[in-house]
Design a protein around this ligand. Structure first.
Ligand SMILES: Nc1nc2c(c(=O)[nH]1)N[C@H]1C(S)=C(S)[C@@H](COP(=O)(O)O)O[C@H]1N2
Ligand SMILES: [Mo]
Length: 511
């Protein structure tokens, strides 16, 4: 285990020099995420929520500890073989790191150097543990087995020295990584967000009904859900950021910088973002005030035509600095809706976790088919020619957001007092708009809820229904109707492949 610890610390230092994402735990974790079957991913999201990444990394560390002990036992028998076994882990880490989407040959270094150092440390330490002939048994004693004595002192000194030196290396590595991040943070701190040329109208009074327990109309950056595959949040320096637009039917390929974007027409919009992995009643939905540039304008400048006007490409594939690929219909982006290259969120530059410096956002589409964070490349292609990351993992090519509604209050298994109880929550059907929300109790009649004032059809709406609660156990259910007149289906389906359906229900016990 000491040798394993040395490996991770040394790898941390080397990764700081190469790329933080190339560290073995991060690389193996990323590779595991990429290969996780949808059912397991779903399980992880359901049970660990946004802590799924922490659980994954702890899992890897626990596995490593177990393997380290096994290798240690092996090394006691065969000193050389044990050390060789350590190298196998180096190879696993190196393969994982170099085969990540953004990985290069240099990414093998942290794992390889870490493993070589660990093999050496193990060899050295085992040398202090090898059985050495002890003094012969005193006369009269019938010693059984081989008398042994360990070089206890030598072992302790070597082990402590190796562990201390490695910890030092690891700390230096952390420092180095932090200083790179400081550069990105400084570039973020320097940004002065422009005043939008087309400001979003003030959120109408009455959009927020002010009911306790209901998600606030605008979700703060701090409480905005986060869903991505990045074990290390990419730290991009805005001054070095570039976005390339190219591909099929792109008459004039473009490369834009962050400054270029700031100099363009800036629009501000309220848009509710939702994750396809959100269970009925789940938390992966949030509403923010974004600023950015219209993606359609940029595409038109590049000479892109939507399929309806004869353009050869029907899919935009956006790529992030961490190798995510997201496929979005060209038609949706160019049909007049406010598809954004967003650079601000609720009055500040995008937080790193939400895609700094620039991300995509398309009202009406789930995040996995529209909301590429840390974007660096836009390629025009066709759905026939290319499947993006989640599509390769059995999710649908197209992901329009389904009409959904959620009861925020009362909470499940709450015990509100008999009398008037506000049943309230949010409902969303981005780019169509919510027209009606209804609540029923114990499978009875549907009652129309009062809706918060609509901000835009790209945002969610709060709703409330005053329930004359009587004592007993009750089941509350909600359903929404969007502006096309379609009412949410009560049929329960899971999140894979294109979003969950069903009515959210909450059971309460009125005393
Ligand atoms: N680079 C990158 N962008 C990404 C993802 C990702 O894993 N990597 N996840 C997508 C998904 S599935 C969703 S729902 C949204 C979530 O955005 P948020 O974390 O800002 O809420 O980002 C999208 N953009
Ligand atoms: Mo998502």
């Amino acid at each position: 285990m000491i040798a394993g610890f040395c490996a991770l610390c040394v790898a941390e230092l080397v990764a700081a020099a190469v790329r933080p994402e190339a560290g073995p735990v991060t690389a193996v974790g990323g590779a595991v995420i990429d290969r996780t079957p949808p059912a397991l991913k779903d399980f992880a999201v359901r049970n660990f929520g946004t802590n799924d990444k922490l659980v994954l990394q702890l899992g890897i560390l626990v596995l490593l500890a177990v393997f380290a002990m096994a290798v240690g036992v092996l090394a006691l028998r065969h000193r050389l073989l044990g050390s060789a076994a350590v190298l196998v882990f180096g190879v696993v880490g190196a393969v994982a790191a170099t085969t990540r989407p953004e990985g290069g040959p240099g990414d093998a270094l942290p794992s390889v150097v870490g493993a070589v150092v660990a093999a050496g440390v193990l060899y050295l330490l085992i040398g202090r543990l090898i059985r050495v002939p002890g003094p012969s048994p005193a006369a009269g004693e019938t010693g059984r087995g081989t008398p042994v004595s360990f070089d206890r002192r030598g072992f302790m000194i070597a082990a402590t020295a190796a562990a201390a030196a490695s910890a030092g290396a690891g700390l230096v590595g952390r420092r180095l990584t932090a200083s790179v991040q400081a550069g990105a943070s400084a570039s973020r701190a320097e940004i002065v967000l422009p005043v939008p040329d087309s400001a979003a109208p003030a959120v109408p009074r009455g959009a927020d009904l002010g009911i306790r327990g209901v998600s606030s109309f605008i979700t703060s950056n701090k409480s905005f859900y986060r869903v991505d595959t990045a074990l290390v949040v990419p730290q991009v320096d805005a001054d070095r950021w570039r976005l390339r637009i190219h591909g099929k039917g792109v008459a004039r390929p473009l490369t834009v910088t962050f400054r270029d974007l700031l100099a363009r027409e800036i629009i501000e919009r309220d848009i509710t973002l939702t994750c396809v992995s959100n269970e009925v009643g789940g938390p992966y939905v949030g509403n923010a005030r974004w600023i950015g540039v219209r993606l359609a304008d940029l595409l038109r400048e590049a000479g892109v035509k939507p399929p309806s006007r004869g353009g050869p490409a029907d899919q935009i594939v956006s790529r992030s600095v961490d190798g995510m690929t997201i496929g979005t219909p060209v038609e949706d982006v160019m049909d007049g809706r406010d598809a954004l290259l967003a650079l601000g969120m609720n009055g500040e530059p995008l937080p790193f976790a939400h895609g700094f410096p620039v991300r995509m956002l398309v009202p009406g589409l789930y995040g996995y088919v529209s909301a590429c964070k840390w974007i660096r490349d836009i390629e025009l292609t066709t759905f026939d020619d290319y499947d993006a990351y989640w599509v390769k993992r059995s999710w649908s090519r197209r992901g329009p957001i389904k009409t959904e509604s959620r009861i925020d209050t009362p909470r499940p298994f709450a015990s509100p007092k008999a009398g008037t109880v506000p049943v309230a929550g949010v409902a969303w059907a981005q780019h169509r708009g919510i027209d009606r929300v209804e609540v029923r109790v114990d499978g009875g009649e549907w009652h129309r809820a009062r809706l918060g004032t609509e901000d835009s059809r790209d945002t969610w709406r709060q709703w409330v229904w005053e329930w004359p609660a009587t004592s007993g156990n009750h089941t509350l259910e909600v359903r929404a109707t969007d502006r096309t007149g379609a009412t949410q289906t009560g049929k329960r389906v899971g999140t894979v492949p294109n979003g969950a359906t069903g009515w959210h229900s909450v059971v309460v016990k009125v005393p």
